[in-house]
Each structure stands twice: as C-alpha cells, then as structure tokens.
Ligand binder design. Structure first.
Ligand code: GDP
Length: 365
C-alpha cells in the first residue's frame, strides 16, 4: 500500500479533504481496520479494468489497490522549533512515501488565514522551510557524528561527509534535498537519513465550490502550478468541500453529480491517479474464482519481486509466471480464449512486469 501524508497550514482544507477520503474509504467496506486510527484513511485506487475483469471471471471478491492517507495536522510556522505540535508530527512525515501538500486557493472571509491573507507562494514556502529546517537539524547531527569517524579514513564515511556538506548547502538556500541529483552510492547512503524534503510532493490547490470551473484563471492556482512545474512536482486542483459531498454519494449518484459539474472523475480519484504516477507505480492483476485483485508495484519490477508482493514464499519459490495482457484477456473472453490464441506467455525470473498484466505465479513451497 502506498502511504501519503497530508500537510499544509491550518485552515487550508486538510481535514475537509481528509474527511472526504475517510468517507470514501468507509464506503469501500473491505477495510474495516483502517478506521482504528483516526488520522489514517484508506481509499481504493479507481480502476475500471478491475470491474471489467470481475464481470468476466465472476469472483467471490473484488479487491482494489489502496492508498493510505495520513492526516498530518499541526504544521505551522516554527514547527521545526517545537511550535504547534512541533517535532512530534514531523516524525509521522518521515514514514510516508509521498507528501500531499494542500494549499489554500479559496477566499472566504469567514475562514481566517493564519497569515492574514491567501498567498499560496508564501504558504508553500512556509511549510517547505519547516521541513528544510527539520532536515537541517538531522543532517547537522549526523555530520557531527560522521566527521568524528572521518579520521579512520573509511571510504564510505568520506562519501557520507561530502554528501552531508552538499545537503547543508542546499538547505542553506532554503531548498529541499529533492533539488539535488545523486549517484547510486549517495542514494544508498540517503536511505539511512529519512529526509523529509527528499519525498516527492503533490500539491493540491484547494479552490472554492464555484471556483472549480474557472480554476485555470485563478491566480492562486496559477502560483501553485508554477511552483510545481519549477520543482518538477505534480499538482492537482480540488475543491475539498465538494469532495466531501461526493464522498457521501452512492456510485450511481456520483456519476450524475460529476456530470453536472462537468467533471469526468472526482478530484479525489484524480489525486490518487496522479499520486500513483508521481511515485512510478503500476498495477498487475490476479484473477480467479475466489478473487480478482489489483496489486501495486513499482514500474520495472521483475516477476519474482511482483510475486513477493503477494507472498514472500511466492518470491523465494518462484518458478515461472503465466502472463496475459489485460487487453488480450478481455478481447478473447478470458484466459482460455487467450490461451487458444497463444497470448498467454510463460515468463521467467528476468521478466519485467507491465501495467495491466494478469498473472498466475508458479512456485515451489
Ligand atoms: P485544515 O485546518 O487545513 O484542516 O482546514 P479545514 O479542512 O478544517 O478547513 C478550514 C475551513 O475552511 C473550514 O471551515 C472549511 O469548511 C473551509 N473550507 C475547506 N475547504 C473549503 C473549500 O473548498 N471552500 C470553502 N469555501 N471553504 C473551505
């Protein structure tokens, strides 16, 4: 499961968006356990292929891929120095795969802005600065330790010290660790640092209910888009309040509601798709009479590792994968039809999985 942390200044619409997420997740009754932690919400990754497969296979159960969102409230100016909830919630951010940064792009005099007025660029910089300061602190601590070890002349320590220096430099410019490029060796070292500013960011420009259709002309949205483009980050426009309403609707009502708004999909569905793309994720399927299920893997994952996502035994005992492309499966009325046409392939350990593969793994136990 992909984990995303929602951050942003107070009163930008984080809770509203998060409530939409938990509401949508609650509809997907497969995941009762996710309601235990009030700060964690789970949603299904929308994928029309799953429904189509289920229509063909008639499984007992359909299981979507999921994304888990963590509501990381309390990030305010001075958080890295212990303001607000301070460092406590910063540690939550360390555990996520991606950061969803909600930015207020709606005016509403009834909703106070902690900084006095709506200004996405300043707001983004405020949050970024806190994350940079938190990373600066951990890098400085680390640097103290490794420079003491440097006398032993260990090659790895030398690389680490050099890397830490480069990080400090970029932090001093107020920029995050994701603005640097790294060698494979450096990437390996970085893993041990769990830096907040290394995580991919997806900006959510939260507009007002009547601002959705004119979002492209909204100067606040334009600011967010410009920043995202500059950083090579992703950005989506959402109206959190409308998402909260959509999340309460039944599936068929939902389609009509979206049509009335002139939308093809909900902002939340769009956000999930973009997050998938941002993290270089893709989907493969298993399809049998018991269940049809979507699994999440990184692009360019090989067959045994994909099998390992299902169960570690599948990876260790991997023999072969029986693979058919989704389109071939559908066009030939299922597995047997595809087999007759010679479209079901036996793939080995080096096979690189493709999005939409329908797979049956063969393994030794
Ligand atoms: P948080 O502090 O970032 O979690 O912000 P909330 O989600 O609690 O939202 C703060 C206030 O802004 C609430 O009164 C919301 O109803 C309001 N709000 C959130 N999203 C929108 C929106 O899209 N449009 C408008 N007009 N108000 C919103």
């Amino acid at each position: 499961t992909l984990h995303a942390g929602i951050v942003g200044l107070p009163n930008v619409g984080k809770s509203t968006l998060f409530n939409a997420i938990t509401q949508a997740g609650a509809e997907a009754a497969n995941y009762p356990f996710c309601t235990i932690d009030p700060n964690v919400g789970m949603v299904e990754v929308p994928d029309s292929r799953l429904k189509k497969l289920a229509e063909m296979v008639h499984p007992k159960k359909i299981v979507s891929a999921t994304v888990e969102f963590v509501d990381i409230a309390g990030l305010v100016r001075g958080a890295s120095k212990g303001e607000g909830l301070g460092n406590k919630f910063l540690s939550h951010i360390r555990e996520v795969d991606a950061i969803v940064h909600v930015v207020r792009c709606f005016e509403d005099e009834n909703v106070i802005h902690v900084e006095g007025n709506v200004n996405p660029k300043r707001d983004i910089e405020t949050i970024d600065l806190e994350l940079v300061l938190a990373d600066m602190e951990s890098v400085e601590k680390r640097a103290d330790r490794s420079s003491k070890l440097l006398k032993t002349g260990d090659k790895k320590t030398q690389s680490e010290v050099a890397l830490l220096e480069r990080l400090k430099e970029v932090f001093n410019q107020g920029k995050g660790a994701r603005f640097l490029t790294y060698t494979d060796e450096e990437r390996a070292i970085l893993k041990g640092f769990s830096l907040l500013t290394l995580k991919p960011v997806l900006y959510v420009a939260n507009v007002s209910e009547n601002g959705l259709s004119t979002a492209a002309d909204n100067p606040y949205v334009q600011q967010v888009m410009a920043i995202a483009a500059e950083e090579g980050a992703e950005a989506v426009v959402v109206c959190a309040q409308i998402e909260a309403e959509i999340a309460e609707l039944e599936e068929d009502e939902k389609q009509g509601f979206l049509q009335d708004l002139g939308l093809e999909e909900s902002g939340l569905d769009h956000l999930i798709r973009v997050a998938f793309h941002l993290l270089g994720l893709m989907t493969f399927f298993t399809a049998g009479p018991i269940e049809v299920k979507a699994w999440t893997i990184h692009q360019s994952t090989k067959a045994p590792q994909a099998a390992g996502v299902i169960h570690t035994d599948f990876e260790h005992g991997f023999i072969r994968a029986e693979v058919v492309a989704y389109n071939d499966f559908v066009a030939n009325n299922g597995l047997n039809g595809a087999k007759d046409k010679g479209l079901v392939r036996l793939e080995g350990k080096e096979y690189i999985m493709r999005d939409g593969d329908i797979v049956h793994f063969r393994f030794n136990v």
